[in-house]
Every structure is written in structure tokens, then in C-alpha cells.
Design a binder for this molecule. Structure first.
Ligand code: PGA
Length: 252
């Protein structure tokens, strides 16, 4: 297995004004200065990107967006493009988060277009997949993930995918306090890695980072990270506070 550098990412969702976001970012920078064995990313709202970008300058913390549109520009009221996100300092873009799929009509097809648009400009896609509680109860977990991963990556070729990151987020574990057990998460991560191997070969399946998301906290990160196919975390609630997020970053 290749060496995969962990990525701990914070999804701030629709929380914090630009001033609040910049303040939390500064507190985070103070706490993670010197961390050099983990990649760190925070994704504030669009309105706070610039302020946070300034606050993390020169630090190990990188900037991410929570969503993007697939056209570069045009008459698409309310949308923001991958080149625009790059221009304010984003290095990552979260794509296909379950809240986007659930409340904003995102489909595997739109997710696919967004992944292509991000890669085109060198924005690292954090491609989110995950099953709902009903799907898990119906034993559909692996088939749902198979479909999401295959459709999300349709038409992409191997040499476009070296910047791709996948986040497995069981919908029933997001914001609920219910974390998948380490073994449940490992089973799915291993399955996703096997799908990548089947479709894109060994080298990518060894190198691709697969994050776990869903009620990650300082108290459960170490056990999750001890699983062989878990390469990091996408953290919602516990990333909003610099102290708890820095503890997750420093899980070792
Ligand atoms: P949570 O959110 O950590 O609050 O469960 C995770 C996410 O939605 O990315």
C-alpha cells in the first residue's frame, strides 16, 4: 500500500459571518502551527472565503469551498465557479455533500460535472458519497455507493484523478451523534477502494485518500484513523470550534 498523507477537513456549512470565520481560522492557525504530517483544510461559506484566506496565509491550513457550479461564468444567478474559487485562494472544493443532494437537488450527474469542472482548474475535489439510514437497513449500502462512485466519476480518465479525494459520509451519521463503527466505516472504505481499483487500477486505488465523515469528534478520531483504509476525516459540527478541531487534527 502506498503512503497516504492524512487530510483533516472542516466543513463549516452555513455557520459564521466573515468576521467570526476569520477569528476561528486565526485560533486554529495558532493551534496547528508546526503540524506537518497532516493536510488541513477548512471550508467556510462563500462570503467568508476571502477573510479566511487572509487569516490562514502562510499557515498549514488550506482553504476549501463547500460547493461550486460547473460552468466558468455565465447567466447562472446565485452560483459560483471553480476558477472564481481558485482566484480567492481555494485549494479544495467539496462536491456532492449529502445536504446538497437532499435539499438542493444534486444528482450523480451534476456531481460528475462539478468534479470535472474542479479538476479542470486544479481545484481538488472532495467527492462525497454515502447511504441513507433506509438504504443501510435495506442492505443497499454497497450498491448505493457503487452507483454514486461510478456515476460521479463517469467519463473521467486516470490521469485526471490524482487530485481526487473521496469522502464517505453515511447520511445517518451526519450531525446525529451516531458515528459508524470503525469496522462499518472500514468495510465501506475498503469497498470504495476496490471500486477505484476495478475502474482505474492499482496505482490510484493505493494513493487515493478516502475520508470518513459523520459525527467525527476528538474522542473517536484516533480509532477511525487506525483503520487501514481511512485516510482522514470530513468534520462538520466539531470543526466549528478551533479547540476541538485542532484536537482532531492532532489525533496521533
Ligand atoms: P458532522 O458533519 O461532523 O456534523 O456529522 C459532517 C459533514 O456533514 O461533513
Amino acid at each position: 500500500m502506498g503512503e497516504r498523507r492524512p487530510l483533516i477537513a472542516g466543513n463549516w456549512k452555513m455557520y459564521k459571518t466573515p468576521a467570526e470565520a476569520a477569528e476561528t481560522a486565526r485560533q486554529l492557525v495558532e493551534r496547528v502551527t508546526g503540524v506537518n504530517d497532516v493536510d488541513i483544510m477548512i471550508a467556510p461559506t462563500f462570503a467568508a472565503l476571502e477573510a479566511v484566506s487572509r487569516a490562514i496565509q502562510g499557515s498549514p491550513v488550506a482553504l476549501g469551498a463547500q460547493n461550486l457550479f460547473w460552468e466558468d461564468e455565465g447567466a447562472y444567478t446565485g452560483e459560483i465557479s471553480a476558477p472564481m474559487l481558485k482566484s480567492v485562494g481555494c485549494e479544495y472544493g467539496i462536491i456532492g455533500h449529502s445536504e446538497r443532494r437532499q435539499y438542493f437537488g444534486e444528482t450523480d450527474e451534476t456531481v460528475n460535472k462539478k468534479i470535472q469542472a474542479a479538476i479542470q482548474v486544479g481545484l481538488k475535489p472532495v467527492f462525497c458519497v454515502g447511504e441513507t439510514e433506509n438504504e443501510r437497513e435495506d442492505e443497499q449500502t454497497l450498491s448505493v455507493l457503487d452507483k454514486q462512485v461510478k456515476k460521479g466519476l463517469e467519463g473521467l480518465v486516470l490521469d485526471q484523478l490524482d487530485m481526487l479525494i473521496i469522502a464517505y459520509e453515511p447520511v445517518w451519521a451526519i450531525g446525529t451523534g451516531k458515528t459508524a463503527t470503525d469496522d462499518q466505516a472500514q468495510e465501506v472504505h475498503q469497498f470504495i477502494r476496490s471500486l477505484i481499483k476495478e475502474n482505474f487500477g492499482n496505482a490510484l486505488s493505493d494513493s487515493i485518500r478516502i475520508l470518513y465523515g459523520g459525527s467525527v469528534k476528538p474522542g473517536n478520531i484516533a480509532a477511525l484513523m487506525s483503520m487501514p483504509d481511512i485516510d482522514g476525516a470530513l468534520v462538520g459540527g466539531a470543526s466549528l470550534d478551533a479547540e476541538s478541531f485542532s484536537k482532531i487534527v492532532k489525533y496521533k
